[in-house]
Ligand binder design. Structure first.
Ligand SMILES: [Zn+2]
Ligand SMILES: [Zn+2]
Length: 294
């Protein structure tokens, strides 16, 4: 996500607050984290990735995401400073669990502990055993790690995405970081479907007649629902019982901020989850193994 987009997202959230009054708690926390992330993001302008053209083309042709954990450029001091800011924000937002959040901050102030967690999260391993070892909640751990890595990962993604041949990738995971999609859009030109990475915000082209979560192509198992205006879609798959939200840009006003749409459409998440579907972004470890991702 470019810093320009982040500035627009922050403006838009402020406008919404003025229009609707107090924003829901999770959106306020998101805004606070976005402010912190965008400060860091604006400092990451010169990212010199050591990935030669031949490595790039080999990985892409083999279906391997471009960035391995070893390729990630993470400045320890910047990561640690952001982590502690995020811990403060999350602790303030969850007074009931503030002690637990602060203790997580202490645990992760250790360089080796933080690296272990970031690697496991990045490579899609379960964080449960690490969380149990440190006596912290697995979801909390995952939320904090994702928020800390986000601006760094997005900066990498912006540099690398232009190197991806969109027509030939078309896989169910992100060509940059291997993450899963958690939002999609139909483009204005021809209504082609693009997926948005839940981790780095990269966009990639994907076929419309296949489940982006499990690859099912049986049209009897695939369906989507639209809202009254036909602006949003909720794709669901009966085979994997997962869902994916989407916006149809042919129906949308200009200046759609995709990462923000993902957040503002939370009612679709509630609806889908009530119907027994899980988010497409939650891939099982077994599925990642099948695809050779971990
Ligand atoms: Zn990604
Ligand atoms: Zn599916």
């Amino acid at each position: 996500m470019s810093s320009e987009t982040e500035v627009k997202m922050l403006q838009k959230l402020d406008e919404l607050e003025q229009r609707d009054g107090k924003l829901p708690g999770f959106i306020q926390l998101y805004r606070q984290l976005l402010r912190l992330q965008s400060e860091v993001g604006s400092q990451l302008t010169t990212l010199e990735l050591n990935l030669g053209e031949d490595v790039v083309s080999d990985r892409l042709s083999q279906g391997v995401p471009l960035l391995s954990f070893e390729d990630l450029l993470l400045d320890g001091a910047q990561v640690q400073a952001l982590l502690q800011e995020i811990i403060r924000s999350v602790a303030k937002d969850t007074p009931d669990a503030s002690k637990e959040v602060e203790s997580l901050g202490n645990i992760l102030s250790d360089k080796a502990a933080l690296e272990e967690v970031v690697r496991a999260w990045y490579e899609g391993s379960s964080l449960i055993s690490i969380a149990t070892r440190h006596s912290v909640d697995g979801e909390l751990l995952s939320l904090v790690v994702a928020a800390v890595v986000k601006p760094f990962l997005s900066a990498h993604s912006e540099v690398l995405l232009p190197k991806v041949n969109q027509e030939s990738w078309r896989r169910r995971y992100c060509p940059i970081c291997g993450g899963r999609p958690d939002f999609a859009y139909l483009d204005e030109e021809r209504g082609a479907r693009w997926l948005l990475c839940s981790r780095c915000d990269a966009e990639w082209l994907f076929q419309r007649l296949e489940c982006p979560c499990c690859g099912c192509q049986d049209q009897n198992a695939l369906a989507y629902f639209t809202d009254d205006e036909g602006l949003y879609r909720l794709y669901v798959c009966a085979q994997c019982k997962r869902y994916l939200k989407a916006i149809d840009l042919r129906q949308a006003k200009p200046e759609v901020l995709l990462p923000l749409e993902r957040l503002l459409t939370f009612e679709f998440d509630i609806q889908a989850q009530e119907e027994g579907y899980r988010s497409c972004a939650e891939a099982d470890i077994d599925e990642r193994k099948e695809e050779g991702l971990s």
